[in-house]
Design a protein around this ligand. Structure first.
Ligand code: UDX
Length: 424
């Protein structure tokens, strides 16, 4: 099938490379000239395991072409995916101006049989809004909702081994076209109306955010009552109705999706007069989790971090990505710096200009009073802890991801602090 993807951001790139892998011919429309020249050289502007290889292979086989002009990119396309940014506005709502402008601009160039598929995460009712825009311009192309469920760090696998594909369409014929497009995947396909598809995306992300926030609270409580959260969660997760996933204690959720989508869902609820105190509480409880870690670290120095050097391992909002958007690691490092600490950080992929950038993980701990493990990179497990102990001025490791082996840390002569395991 002939497919166009408008927007070569994170979602657009995975979608383009994934569909090309399934044998479709994909035209990518991207307005940023630097990004385009990078992509033309088969280089990606983001770090995502396996994506560069997939993209380069598609490019080499002429299954992907890159276009600065969106009108040229949509020519002859059966399906046009809109993977444009919908950043939060001042009130936490998704800002649709980029998406709306693109649809208005493209309308005259669309074939009447074309299907516009909305990949961007958009508020409930956006498909209807785009429909109205097309009607105003006299364009009879269709609009369908096809939300993405990609997780950074495993996006290629999430595409190729998708568990479900959600298609929100008013016309069965449009849903059938998308069904055929994804025919090479083993995923369960859920066909519904556009509003339900739009809500599905928010419901999934808000549920996951709620779930992990709940278990972080359980972890905090374990700390207070002297229980071991690792055992508690293992036992809780063995209940088939609950399951073992998405309950890892940590500094709270971050990234480009959960913070944005939980706020957006709250706005969606507010707009229709539905009170959602559960979600309000999830958002504020998640913020408190970062504060709690800052307080715990600060209390190790009697509340005074002036002149204290803190080494931070990990800047990305989670392992497997270079993304620092709303990263708890960055927020906690910044809060520690505001309290007078000197922060030196190292991350295998991510950078953050405000902290001293260490050459490597061992250089980061040179003369440090405390080492904070802020992202769960498996690389950290391979670092020689005896060498860490030798290089540090202090002797405390604060593991905000419960990543390290407590015994290994102690054997190296260091003190170990973590989440929800008072005895660890
Ligand atoms: C998420 C959704 O998983 C994905 O389906 C959606 O389309 C986009 O948002 P992503 O933001 O890439 O993906 O990361 P995810 O792995 O879901 O983690 C989100 C946050 O939760 C991260 O900050 C992560 O560190 C945190 N988390 C996750 C935990 O603290 N504990 C867990 O057990 C799992």
């Amino acid at each position: 099938m002939k497919v166009t993807v408008i927007g070569a951001g994170y979602v657009g790139l995975v979608q383009s490379a994934g569909l090309a892998h399934l044998g479709h011919t994909v035209r990518v429309g991207e307005s940023n000239p630097e990004r385009l020249s990078l992509l033309r050289a088969a280089k990606l502007p983001i770090y995502e395991p396996g994506l560069e290889e997939l993209f380069a292979r598609a490019l080499a086989h002429d299954l992907i072409s890159l276009h600065a002009d969106n009108h040229e990119a949509v020519r002859g396309a059966d399906v046009i995916f809109l993977a444009l940014p919908t950043p939060p506005d001042g009130d936490g709502r998704a800002d649709l101006s980029i998406l709306e402008a693109a649809v208005r601009d493209l309308a005259p160039s669309l074939e009447s049989s074309a299907i516009l598929a909305v990949k961007s995460t958009v508020p409930v009712g956006t498909n209807a809004l785009l429909r109205r825009i097309l009607d105003e311009t006299g364009c009879s192309a269709s609009v369908v909702s096809n939300p993405e469920f990609l997780s950074e760090g495993s996006a290629v696998e999430d595409f190729l081994k998708a568990e479900r594909i959600v298609i929100g369409a008013d016309l069965a014929a449009d849903a059938d076209v998308l069904r055929r497009l994804y025919g090479g995947l083993a995923a369960t396909i859920v066909v519904t109306d556009p509003v339900s598809a739009e809500l599905t995306k928010y419901a999934a992300n808000a549920y996951l955010a709620t779930r992990l926030t709940f278990f972080n609270a359980v972890s905090n409580l374990a700390e207070e009552v002297g229980a071991d959260v690792t055992d508690v969660l293992r036992a809780v997760g063995l209940d088939r109705r609950i399951g073992p996933h998405f309950m890892r204690p940590g500094p709270g959720y971050g990234g480009s999706c959960f913070p944005k989508d939980t706020s957006a869902l709250l706005s969606i609820a507010g707009d229709v007069g539905y009170s959602f105190p559960l979600l309000e509480s999830v958002i504020s409880t998640n913020d408190l989790q970062r504060d709690r870690i800052v307080e715990r670290i600060s209390s190790e120095f009697d509340g005074d971090l002036t002149g204290v050097k803190i080494a931070v391992w990990g800047l990305a909002f989670k392992a497997g990505t270079d993304d620092i958007r709303d990263s708890p690691a960055v927020a906690i490092g910044q809060a520690l710096a505001r309290r007078g600490a000197t922060v030196e950080a190292w991350d295998p992929e991510a950078l953050f200009a405000d902290f001293i950038a260490a050459e490597g993980p061992l250089e980061a701990v040179d003369d440090a009073d405390l080492l904070l493990v802020a992202t769960e990179w498996p690389e950290f497990l391979r670092i020689d802890l005896a060498e860490v102990a030798k290089r540090m001025a202090g002797d405390m490791v604060f593991d905000a991801r419960n990543l390290l082996d407590p015994d290994a840390v102690r054997t190296a002569g260091l003190l170990y602090r973590c989440l929800g395991r008072p005895k660890a």
